[in-house]
Unconditional design. Structure first.
Lengths: 737, 679
């Protein structure tokens, strides 16, 4: 039976390569050979070609090499019953097809620059539902979810389901399992993306349902996403194709669902995906390839019923996913986190400036509360009219033998995403600036405020079982009650903030490791100290401490910092010993407070990257949402590409946005006073803290002295500004010593 | 003259017993030709086997003729009873000593055969590297680069602080010189030993059996087995190991590699096999023996326009080449030249009356070919200086690598000119099979995952998950004492039925081809469900033909690749793999068996081993030796018994590895993934 697949896929490979060669020829007739080509905002060129062949395609003429390579890969056709072996040829033909697909898509970007919408969301009204290649900003933001496990993998769905309902059924099942769903290709002009829209499902990066494109060639964007992860997080060098593909097989849990008739081109694409270890699960009667080896388990599984598609797919890929079973009328899971409740869909809202909404988590004594008790004091949703706003106070009391006051803010912070996980409900902000919007669809299903309590109770037990014994949730909706809670909460926030601010690296003996990313960046190990929060921005020292209490063998381990080897640069004996072991010998030591001398490594999921600007005698930093040029000559994504994957790169360091204003931020290199450039958006985001920290360093107007892109994006452009404002960095000792 | 000779043969034959064609072979073409030979009154090996029984003391291995006080014969009789074994020769040599000496001399002979073959190849390669031979070239530079490090030959050089590729001719010359030195280097051990898995190398070192120069190990055996030297069978076996390793991890392996360098590594190729490949209207040239040095040139010559035109000028439609024995396998795997038959069919090929020339080099060539050729127009041409025949009708054209093409053309022309001398008695059985041959270490790797994912891991994974139960190497000769091809084919069918993937070489490979075992669709007919599925996925036959008998080294290297690819096995002896030579007859088989056993693999021979007269020595080879290297010898009288023993051994290994139970489907969550080792 495999012979038929091989026959078809090899045929498909020839068709695709020939077709793309034709398009390429035409492009050469239309444009100059040195015309720039590529996908938007990426440092990885055409990522599949770059990662596997090490070829950088930047211009039209650069396409020739990989296209010739694809042609050369095409094997002889499978002939007769006394044929030669075909598995290797089949996989080669598939790979040739995929290289050609990537070139085809790059040509589409050249020929039809507006075909794809460069955005995380679709614009349905404008008819722009195809998003094309994920740019590096999206890729890094989402990539982190693959790293930390909040997204266990992705399903690449090609074709169309027999009906919009079936499409919805399958996709929602994946959403419940937190997988990303990448959509490509069509079946006689029908696409899953359009079917979902018809069925009223929100699509876009925010709901993890990504419509790449209407043609099979757009499936290449899924592989480009995966291969960038291998380079960015896995630290695998472009061109090291064996490692790139094995990394995908072992760490990126992706697979293909083929919905509808599988033609020769699809067969070629499916064969190509097998190189990645990504199997194909189809709903039609195509020949199966069951033995294992290239993929972890089966390679092609056919005739799967739609209702079994999701279960079968994760099983074939060898993926363990759990569906949160929470007794509420709405679906629940990370896939709904990014879902919006827009004006037209809104039923009612709490907070967001219109009314007060406050959240508070407090430790309680064991005998003080009743586990599972959820009480709504005041009117519930059924009692309000559509479009109304009302106040809300969410008061969570937690008791547990190992629960500590320090854990309160950590659990409190979970409220944001946990409420967001409810399908049809949107949560913004935190603490006393929370904002909850409830959609009509959720209310139609029977959603009530009580369900918020049910979710918090269930998830706190599930995720924090080691420290949580009892959870009681009270939801206040009367104005007076909310105001009372808010007043109390503000007092708590103040105490907490002061406690955290007082905490210094010197004040503790124990730091925490974070190897959460080692599933993706095997050599990387973060060390988190009170004054150096995790570079991904997700984990501070307190989080790590709690995480360790919750899971003593987990990714956050205590490190006795031991003897201080360098007080200025921040290096400790105990830390060095730990990282040597945890990085499996790859990293022997690093400094906490320097980017010049042996800086800390990064996995590739850092929020921001600092770089030296020697001419200005200062440093700059750029966060991953800023896609423009920077004075160091590299965009964020290029920087991240240079230093990801667990390498220590002097002159650069990854850090969290919060870390910028922490006391020890690059203190060994002169601290925050060295900061001469930041993107405007980042500067504004942390404005208050910059001012405060600047003042503490004796430079109260530091905020105004830091240049941004409106001043310039080269050192030469910003230098006159720095001189004009008298930036402190200019008078500091030479940065490079 | 020819008439007279025929008369004579007929007369002699009348007094002798004739073989029953159906009992003699399971192959229809062979049966037809045996009958045809008998009709013509020409005796063949099958008839001779009816008339001469094997020596019943020699068969036990206990006849000592190393000095003139003997031969001393120490048969183990059934009446000997359980008392102490008091048999001894005049000098006091025990049955163990005598059988071990005889066995050792077989190892020496086998080792010398493969290794001398290797030496010839190495010499030709040296002349290529020295640019003294213009008809050969380096056809596969990648293979050269692959083996260069094994000889500690650098493949890159520093130029102005930059590492650049070294000139290929320079590499070739250094490799050639170092390779040729392996036969006679005064000190050190063989360079290729480091290609073995480390634990195996450690065992060899520990037991002191790392071979030194190849020739030395052969000389060592001849010395220690002469009158009054080594009289401890265990110590003799130790040298058997050392010499055999000089074969398998030395001479034979270098033969394979250097042939690949000069003639190209094989890739899977479609061809045909059996006597039916000969064509009545073509000039038929059969190439028989073992060294492909000359045959490579004959292939090239017979494809030249000059020769094809010449063939047409004499009324033939073209030139049909065919192979017999391992030279046949060599030109099969590299050029798709079809084998005309196995070892036992060599006489029959001439009896077709359509063989215009049979060109032979070394090993496994019946002297009776000359007698058979006399009955026909066939030119029998010997080509090797060490392999001539006494009969006056045999033509000797000595091959010289410096004039290789010239020699080849001379031979081909002679065959063409002989076309017109064919008699009316041409009878080619219209029987042939299609086959896919030409598998090698790299091509198997490629076909297990293509350019990007090709890896022995795919094979390992399917062994671990039980689709493939294990590997069985079925190799070796034919033997007229057993029904031609029956042992091979019955065994192979039984193995693949039980999901054992079979690797084959030599005449076993030709036999498998003849009986249709080398086609992909065989999988659907004969295989167990697991193996069938794997074969269909990869598009391979369940029996992979890896070439000639020196190419058994490809099997060793493929197994080594399985270890490198990652799996529960760390050494060859851990792998659920077994070796078998069901129809063995040559001393070379003994040398191969010994190096396979010494490499850690259970090896079973069909029929008997000439050691039964010395039970203690036999027990040492069948059991004790396993403690040293992990492999041991065994025999089986029937193919089914052999299959059962092989499968039992495979199952034992699976159990030891803990892969005897069905593998659970492991579903991984994030915590499992975080535990993954770095790559």
């Amino acid at each position: 039976m495999s012979r038929l697949v091989a026959f078809a896929a090899i045929q498909g490979g020839y068709n695709i390569v020939s077709k793309v060669e034709g398009m390429y020829k035409k492009a050469l007739e239309t444009y100059n050979a040195d015309t720039k080509v590529g996908f938007p905002n990426t440092a990885y060129y055409l990522p599949v070609i770059y990662s596997l062949l090490g070829l950088k395609v930047e211009t039209l003429e650069d396409m020739k090499k990989p296209l010739d390579f694809a042609r050369g890969l095409l094997p002889p056709h499978v002939k007769g019953s006394h044929h030669l072996p075909y598995l290797g040829p089949l996989l080669d033909a598939g790979m040739a097809a995929l290289f050609a697909f990537e070139i085809r898509e790059a040509l589409r970007y050249l020929n039809e620059p507006d075909f794809y919408l460069h955005s995380e969301d679709i614009d349905q009204e404008a008819g722009k539902i195809w998003l094309g290649a994920a740019d590096d900003t999206v890729f890094r933001k989402r990539g982190v979810e693959f790293v930390d496990g909040s997204a266990p993998g992705f399903a690449a769905i090609v074709g169309a389901a027999p009906s919009p309902e079936i499409a919805k059924l399958i996709v929602e099942e994946y959403q419940k399992r937190s997988l990303y769903i990448f959509l490509a290709a069509n079946q006689n002009g029908t696409t899953v993306a359009e079917q979902l829209l018809e069925a009223g499902v929100q699509i876009g990066w925010n709901t993890r349902i990504v419509p790449f494109g209407p043609d099979i060639s757009s499936a290449i964007f899924a592989l480009g996403f995966a291969n960038r992860a291998t380079m960015a997080f896995g630290g695998i060098k472009p061109g090291d194709y064996k490692k790139v593909l094995l990394y995908n097989k072992n760490r990126i849990f992706a697979f293909v669902n083929a919905l509808g008739d599988v033609n020769a081109e699809w067969a070629a694409a499916a064969a190509g995906c097998v190189n990645w270890g990504f199997p194909t699960i189809a709903d039609t009667d195509i020949p199966e390839i069951l033995p294992t080896g290239i993929c972890t388990y089966e390679h092609v599984v056919a005739n799967v019923k739609h209702e079994d598609m999701v279960q079968k797919s994760v099983e074939v890929r060898g993926l363990k996913v759990s569906v949160s079973k929470i007794d509420i009328p709405c679906a629940f899971g990370p896939a709904y986190e990014g879902e919006r409740v827009r004006g037209a869909d809104l039923f009612c809202q709490m907070g967001g400036g219109k009314t007060q909404a406050t959240e508070l988590v407090k430790l309680a004594q064991m005998n003080e509360i009743e586990d599972g008790k959820v009480e709504v004091i005041g009117p519930d949703i059924k009692d309000v009219k559509p479009g109304e706003a009302f106040p809300l106070g969410i008061y969570v009391q937690i008791a547990g033998r190992d629960f500590q006051v320090d854990f309160e803010p950590i659990l409190e912070r979970q409220i944001h995403h946990l409420i967001n996980y409810i399908q049809g409900v949107m949560h913004i902000g935190q603490r006393d600036i929370a904002w909850i919007r409830v959609g009509k669809a959720a209310v139609d299903k029977g959603f009530s405020l009580k369900d918020i309590g049910v979710v918090l109770h269930a998830k706190f037990h599930q995720d924090f079982q080691k420290i949580v014994d009892k959870v009681q949730v009270t939801l206040y909706t009367k104005k007076a009650d909310v105001e009372k809670l808010t007043k109390r909460a503000r007092g708590e926030y103040k105490t907490r903030d002061e406690r955290v601010e007082k905490m210094t690296d010197e004040s503790v003996q124990t730091y925490y490791s974070c190897t959460l990313c080692q599933s993706f960046a095997p050599n990387h190990v973060c060390t988190v100290s009170p004054e150096r929060t995790g570079l991904c921005g997700a984990y501070n020292w307190m989080d790590c401490k709690a995480s360790f209490e919750i899971n003593p063998t987990g990714p956050n381990q205590p490190i006795e910092k031991g003897e201080c080897l360098d007080t200025v640069l921040g290096q400790w004996k105990g830390v060095n010993e730990f990282i040597f072991k945890a990085s499996r010998g790859a990293v022997t030591h690093y400094n906490f407070y320097s980017m010049i001398k042996d800086p800390m490594t990064t996995c590739g999921c850092c929020e921001a990257i600092a770089a030296t600007l020697p001419t200005c005698n200062g440093i700059m930093t750029v966060h991953r949402d800023y896609t423009g040029e920077t004075p160091c000559g590299m965009k964020f994504t290029t920087l991240a590409g240079v230093m990801g994957g667990g390498a220590s790169s002097p002159g650069f360091v990854g850090h969290s946005k919060f870390n910028v204003t922490q006391g020890k931020f690059l203190l060994g290199d002169g601290g925050l006073l060295r900061m001469v450039w930041m993107p405007k958006s980042l500067k504004e985001e942390i404005k208050d803290r910059i001012i405060k920290r600047g003042a503490a360093l004796g430079c109260p107007n530091l905020y105004d002295m830091i240049a941004d892109e409106t001043v310039g994006i080269t050192e030469e452009e910003i230098m006159p500004f720095l001189q004009k404002v008298g930036h402190p960095a200019l008078s500091m000792p030479s940065l490079l010593g | 003259m020819a008439e007279e000779a025929k008369e004579k043969v007929v007369k002699v034959a009348k007094e002798k017993k004739l073989a029953d064609p159906v009992a003699a072979s399971i192959d229809l073409a062979t049966q037809i030709m045996i009958k045809r030979a008998q009709e013509l009154g020409i005796d063949t090996v099958f008839d001779r086997a009816e008339n001469m029984k094997p020596c019943n003391i020699g068969i036990q291995g206990t006849c000592c003729k190393v000095c003139a006080m003997g031969p001393c014969r120490l048969p183990l009789t059934k009446s000997a009873g359980d008392g102490p074994d008091e048999r001894k020769g005049l000098c006091g040599a025990t049955a163990n000593t005598i059988a071990a000496r005889n066995f050792a001399r077989m190892v020496a002979a086998g080792t010398s055969a493969h290794s001398d073959h290797g030496r010839t190849v190495a010499e030709v390669f040296l002349s290529v590297a020295r640019k003294e031979s213009h008809d050969y070239k380096i056809k596969d530079p990648l293979r050269l680069l692959q083996i260069a490090p094994c000889f500690d030959v650098a493949t890159t050089v520093e130029v102005d602080g930059q590492t650049v590729d070294r000139e290929i001719d320079e590499i070739a010359l250094e490799v050639a010189e170092k390779a040729i030195a392996e036969w006679g280097k005064p000190e050190g051990t063989l360079s290729y030993l480091k290609r073995a898995p480390q634990p195996l190398q450690d065992k060899w070192k520990k037991h002191g059996v790392e071979p030194r120069a190849i020739d030395r190990e052969v000389v060592d055996i001849m010395h220690r087995t002469t009158m009054g030297v080594d009289q401890d069978y265990k110590n003799i076996v130790k040298q058997c190991t050392r010499a055999s390793l000089a074969d398998g991890w030395g001479g034979a392996m270098m033969a394979t590699d250097l042939q690949d360098v000069m003639f190209g590594r094989p890739t899977p190729i479609q061809s045909e096999v059996n006597l039916g490949i000969m064509k009545q209207d073509h000039v038929n040239i059969l190439i028989h023996g073992h060294e492909p040095v000359l045959s490579e040139m004959i292939v090239a010559a017979s494809q030249s326009k000059e020769m094809i035109d010449h063939a047409k000028s004499v009324g033939a439609k073209g030139i049909q080449l065919g192979g017999i024995c391992c030279t046949g396998n060599e030109i099969l795997q590299r050029h798709g030249v079809p084998p005309a038959g196995t070892f036992l069919q060599q006489e029959l090929a001439i009896i077709t009356g359509a063989c215009d020339a049979m060109v032979v080099d070394v090993q496994c060539v019946f002297q009776n070919l000359a007698n058979v050729a006399k009955c026909f127009h066939t030119k029998l041409i010997t080509t090797h200086p060490m392999a001539k025949m006494e009969q006056e009708n045999v033509i000797h054209i000595e091959f010289d690598e410096h004039h290789a093409m010239e020699d080849a053309k001379r031979i081909v022309r002679m065959a063409i000119d002989n076309f017109k001398n064919r008699g009316a008695e041409v009878m080619i059985p219209k029987i042939k099979s299609t086959q896919i041959a030409g598998f090698g270490v790299e091509s198997i790797e490629y076909h297990l995952g293509g350019t990007f994912r090709g890896s022995y891991y795919t094979l390992n994974d399917n062994i671990i998950n039980g689709r493939i139960r294990g590997l069985g190497a079925v190799v070796g000769c034919n033997n007229a004492r057993t029904q031609h091809n029956n042992f091979h084919i019955t065994l192979v069918k039984e193995l693949i039925k039980n999901d054992v993937l079979v690797l084959t070489t030599g005449c076993a490979g030709i036999a498998c081809g003849m009986h249709g075992m080398l086609t992909p669709e065989t999988a659907g007919v004969y295989c167990g469900p697991g193996l069938k599925e794997v074969c269909e996925t990869v598009g391979i036959p369940p029996v992979l033909h890896l070439g000639s008998c020196v190419d058994n080294t490809r099997i060793l290297l493929a197994a080594t690749e399985m270890i490198k690819a990652g799996g529960p096995w760390k050494d060859l002896c851990d792998i659920p793999a077994v070796g078998a030579a069901p129809e063995w007859m040559s001393e070379k088989a003994i040398a191969i068996g010994q190096y396979v056993v010494s490499s850690g693999i259970y090896t079973i021979f069909g029929g008997y081993l000439p050691i039964d007269g010395a039970p203690e020595f036999r027990n040492y080879l069948f059991n004790e030796i396993e403690k040293l290297y992990g492999g041991r010898w065994d025999v089986a009288e029937t193919p089914i018994e052999m299959a059962q023993k092989m499968i039992a051994q495979i199952d034992k290994k699976r159990k030891e590895l803990g892969i005897d139970k069905a593998r659970d489907r492991v579903l991984m969550d994030m915590a499992d993934r975080q535990k993954l080792e770095a790559m």
